[in-house]
Design a protein around this ligand. Structure first.
Ligand code: NOJ
Length: 499
């Protein structure tokens, strides 16, 4: 048994049992968790005072957009079954649970003048139960379920929504601050701005060359404002840390040509630097290459000003350095080649970035079209982050794979094994400052536009049973073993488990 102090959650005791020589072991204070998100698991979409979110509206009005025409109306029913979730967390032995709070469950109309007591009670009970089981909450404040009322005002394209987010954050810090020591403001803004305002996700916008930039701009402002508000009003009273979670696939040059090498770096700046540069670089602004390209293309498209908005000097100061840790979600790798260089009539993020993205057909597949198994990409992105942003404190806030149906999920076991080997090398050989790993996901859940057709869970969920019965997959026992020992099992793991 060893006891350690953990940076993120302050004083926490850690177990490190059953280490043996010859295994690949993580540092003793490295921490392990699992993740979920409100809309994907909670259900109870319109009960106990909850307001409508953009995902409620979108799945109800456009069921045809979801692969199996489903919604998160009931999902895993975690609103009623959260004690079952906690039993699973105990079985896994994880030190922390990353879950998200549904904004419209707390503030049904989006605004802080009307606080839903049932919503507060639900999350209080969840947090109390976690503590009673020595599991730390790692709380995401926004995992895509914006109140519909705020969408009716333009959603993240309207600068005022940043102010309303700060009001919402204040309600969370006031009510849960004493018991939550690690907060994530936003989950994957690249995904929800690009796919929500320029793709097929809720709210269903189709303007990646304009609205997606406005969304990103206001999300970064909201993040900075929230961080500074926390510093000024709560940090001394409650303690705790505030970070942001960014999705970072690795972007590998398609060939060794100089053009492809350059294009890969342009793509990294567009996709990661878009959010990380304002927070982590010394300039506190968008990456220079984004500025140059979007300014220039906007001019050639006869826009009166750049489609990429500009931060005021005050905003730059506010956003620069506004993160105690970087949450990093990583799943897969893409290849990047130089684009054709043509300026499109219709403005778009992809045209601004100007590259061609693909994957190698021989890379092993998951059950999701976009996710191929490329473990070496994990080590590369972690090293890129280390080099580009001066080795920031990183928590892996998501990593995982969709697998074949059923309990014998060898795909997931192999994925965890291979990706953790890469992570281990980044931590122990490359000196990347990474303090924890979170597996996505604790259990199967509503996988956005893919509905329930893609399963990411360590636990299988039976969607035909009223209780949404959860059953451990083989990977759950495998992950529990890693969590318990802090080491990757060295022997070829037997796929026969007893529960
Ligand atoms: C990232 C998102 O944060 C999560 O909501 C989603 O389910 C996983 N990726 C898997 O696609």
């Amino acid at each position: 048994m060893c006891w350690k102090i953990l940076l993120l959650f302050a004083l926490v005791t850690l177990r490190c049992e059953g280490r043996s020589s010859g295994q690949l072991c993580f540092p003793k204070d490295f921490t392990w968790g699992v993740a979920t998100a409100s809309y994907q698991i909670e259900g109870a979409w319109n009960t106990s005072g909850k307001g409508e979110s953009i995902w409620d509206r979108y799945t109800h009005s456009h069921p045809e957009q979801v692969f199996d025409h489903s919604s998160g109306d009931v999902a895993d029913d975690s609103y009623h079954q959260f004690r079952a979730d906690i039993s699973m967390l105990r079985e896994l032995g994880v030190l922390f649970y990353r879950f998200s709070i549904s904004w419209p469950r707390i503030l049904p109309e989006g605004f802080s003048n009307d606080v839903n007591e049932d919503g507060l009670r639900y999350y209080s009970e969840l947090i109390n139960e976690l503590h009673a089981n020595s599991i730390q909450p790692l709380v995401t404040m926004y995992h895509w379920d914006l109140p519909q009322t705020l969408q009716d005002l333009g959603g993240w394209t309207n600068p005022i929504v940043a102010d309303y987010f700060v009001d919402y954050a204040r309600v969370l810090f006031t009510n849960f601050g004493p018991k939550v020591k690690a907060w994530i403001t936003f989950n994957e803004p690249l995904s929800f701005c690009r796919s929500g305002y320029g793709g097929n996700d809720a709210p269903g916008g189709h303007s990646s060359g304009l609205e997606a930039y406005m969304c990103a701009h206001n999300v970064l402002r909201a993040h900075g404002m929230t961080y500074r508000m926390f510093e000024a009003e709560f940090k001394n009273k409650t303690g705790g840390n505030v970070g942001i979670t960014l999705d970072m696939a690795w972007l590998e040059p398609a060939t060794t040509s100089e053009d492809d090498q350059k294009s890969a770096e342009v793509a990294r700046q567009f996709m990661f630097g878009w959010y990380a540069h304002p927070i982590y670089s010394k300039t506190g602004d968008y990456p220079p290459i984004m500025r140059r390209r979007i300014d220039e293309i906007s001019r050639r498209q006869h826009f009166p000003r750049s489609r990429l908005p500009t931060f005021t000097e005050e905003e730059v100061k506010m956003i620069r350095g506004s993160s105690d840790f970087l949450g990093l979600n990583h799943y897969t790798t893409y290849l990047v080649a130089k684009g054709k260089g043509k300026v499109a009539v219709q403005p778009s993020f992809d045209n601004d970035m100007g590259v061609i993205i693909s994957q190698k057909p021989e890379w092993p597949k998951s059950n999701s079209t976009w996710l191929r198994v490329v473990p070496w990409g994990f080590r590369k992105i972690l090293n890129w982050v280390k080099k580009t942003y001066d080795n920031p404190l990183v928590v892996i806030t998501e990593n995982g794979i969709s697998s074949e149906p059923g309990l014998q999920d060898s795909k997931r076991v192999n994925y965890i094994d291979a990706y953790l080997r890469s992570l281990h090398a980044a931590v122990t050989q490359d000196g990347c400052n990474i303090i924890g790993y979170t597996h996505w996901s604790l259990m199967d859940n509503f996988e956005w536009m893919r509905g329930y057709s893609e399963r990411f869970g360590l636990y299988e969920v039976d969607y035909t049973s009223p209780q949404r019965t959860r059953t451990p997959r083989v990977s759950a026992a495998y992950y529990a073993k890693i969590v318990k020992t802090g080491c990757i099992p060295s022997q070829k793991y037997s796929l026969v488990f007893k529960y």
